[in-house]
Design a protein around this ligand. Structure first.
Ligand code: SAM
Length: 236
């Protein structure tokens, strides 16, 4: 269970209403029962239920059960699409171990607003479901060109370019030559990238245009495919 509260031996952790409902209403836990908790920075801890009602509850932290683990330093940059598909991308990126998830506004991005809190909640749920101790940060929507203007020198970008649409082996050979990161993956919107964006990325030494295979994938499929190929070629 993710808690937005510092953890340490003897610490008491108040539960949010929905957490109390889940633990005591759905999971049927009661006083003295154990719950594994994490807050994203200090690993996993065993806590016991000290107060329980339908609307509130308190846990007392007992001992650390696992040290903190961090994913590889990989960011996923993607242009938001329809709500449910954007939710899917965030959920899968968190499951696949992206360290940061960055919605970006490109020239052909159709949605200009996102619910950052809702997407962050999806990242929390995904981290809980896959037993992680880390929750990736979902950043606010940023313009792609502004982001590229201040792009760090040492972070390489895998620019997934549907116009290449060839075999995806380019990534594998890139990986053989240079595994050093940190890394980012960039996925475009339904309308793809504009010519100006392609030129901008071609001029950026950190960017490597790659294909995800001979077929044009939907953006949500492309995000999962790129994360999988990255993990295979470069992940640890
Ligand atoms: N409207 C574009 C077109 O018809 O050419 C397709 C855009 S695609 C639905 C959304 C994004 O997924 C692309 O911008 C790209 O980042 C990624 N993508 C999809 N298929 C790809 C492929 N075969 N290789 C590389 N990237 C791909």
């Amino acid at each position: 269970l993710y808690v937005d509260h510092p953890l340490g031996q003897g610490q008491s952790v108040p539960l949010e209403r929905d957490q109390a409902h889940y633990l005591f209403g759905v999971m049927r836990l009661g006083l003295g029962d154990a719950v594994l908790v994490f807050e994203g920075q200090s690993g996993e801890w065993r806590a016991t239920v000290a107060e329980a009602s339908k609307k509130r509850g308190v846990l007392i932290v007992e001992e650390q059960t696992r040290p903190q683990q961090y994913p590889p330093d990989l960011w996923l940059l993607f242009a938001p699409i329809k709500k449910a598909r954007t939710d899917f991308i965030v959920e899968k990126a968190a499951e696949m171990g992206a360290a940061r998830i960055c919605p970006v506004q490109t020239e052909f991005t159709n949605s200009e607003r996102i619910r950052q809190d809702r997407l962050q909640a999806h990242a929390v749920e995904a981290a809980e479901q896959c037993g992680g101790t880390y929750v990736p940060e979902v950043t606010a929507l940023q313009k792609l060109d502004a982001l590229l203007n201040t792009w760090p020198d040492d972070r390489q970008i895998l620019f997934c370019d549907e116009a290449l649409a060839g075999p995806s082996s380019a990534l594998i050979s890139l990986a053989k030559n240079d595994r050093s990161g940190p890394w980012a993956i960039l996925i475009g919107p339904e309308g793809g990238f504009s010519d100006a964006e392609r030129r901008r990325l071609a001029a950026l030494p950190q960017a490597h245009a790659i294909s995800l295979g001979p077929r044009i994938l939907r953006a949500d499929t492309a995000a999962v495919a790129a994360l999988t190929i990255w993990q295979q070629a470069l992940g640890d």
